[in-house]
Design a protein around this ligand. Sequence first.
Ligand code: NAD
Ligand code: UDP
Length: 311
Amino acid sequence: MRVLVAGAAGFVGSHLVDRLLADGHTVVGVDNLCTGRPENLAHLVGHPLFTFMEADVTAPLEVDGPLQRVYHLASPASPVDYLERPFETLYAGSDGTRALATLALGRKARFLLTSTSEVYGDPEVHPQPEGYWGKVNSIGPRSVYDEAKRYAEALTMAFHRYEGLETRIARIFNTYGPRMRHADGRVIPNFAVQALLGEPLTVYGDGSQTRSYCFVTDTVDGLIRLMEGSYSLPVNLGNPYELTVRELARAILQQVGRPEDLVFEALPEDDPRVRRPDITLAQRELGWAPRVGFNEGIAATLDQFRADLGL
Ligand code: NAD
Ligand code: UDP
């Protein structure tokens, strides 16, 4: 198939491109490089099945030739990134989704939106099943991301219901792995770099809040299964392995052979207290469950950061 991946130079997007190429597909990668990096695709320069277009998906896209699949991953994703780019984030969810869904419709392609566990906000239901509608502060600082994704889901469903577009919606939970930017501000890159450089780990709040961490190759496998399956309502993709932020800090320090060394900083506004995916639906509809264990995934991530830091 000929597949368009928007957000191809990003962390998850570049791994998705690798997997699609390995599966024998032709891939058109699109990215405006606002939070992505050309280095993530450097190994594909000259690949006969890959082309890259530097373009902003919030404007209509000029793509030649047929397309069978369109993946929409183009959006700032880390809290630090989206708080620095509030309008770009809102437009990536709104105009970006409109442009890419319209492109897919015109080519009779299937469209997949990467939504997020942030649509559940600071959840009152734990773990979060897809049927939970969420608790999001529509005017808080995080709303530029959360509401953009909620709107993107609504727009995707409208294309599905009223235009007959074949759509898929993945609600991705915290994903980590090689190719995250050191300074993207998310907890795993922050803790990994701090742990490797011998610095204290910056825990926000008291560190009792939880997240559940999925290795990137598992997330990518889930995205492809969702795209190729027949289920068109949102599906959670994440690893139910849940840790408090303090437990995460300890686990990473342990992997690099350091004792507990934490500094406590202010908890960001509206930081969700808990987060863990209920993946019953993904298991049933896609036959998907994460396979990479936390220690294995963190070890691979630390290896990449070590190499990048020249350690
Ligand atoms: P990332 O920032 O590494 O990648 C996003 C990519 O999109 C970047 O390369 C960026 O340059 C590109 N981009 C942003 N706006 C664009 C625009 N207007 N036009 C073209 N390109 C644009 O983030 P990521 O972690 O790889 O996330 C990828 C997608 O998955 C995002 O949509 C994100 O919301 C979603 N997601 C990720 C996670 C996670 O834990 N990584 C969790 C939930 C959802
Ligand atoms: N966090 C932290 N220290 C850091 C970065 C993040 O304690 O240096 C916390 C953050 O407050 C949140 C959790 O780690 O509770 C996950 O943050 P991240 O930005 O990775 O993703 P989120 O799930 O909040 O979008």
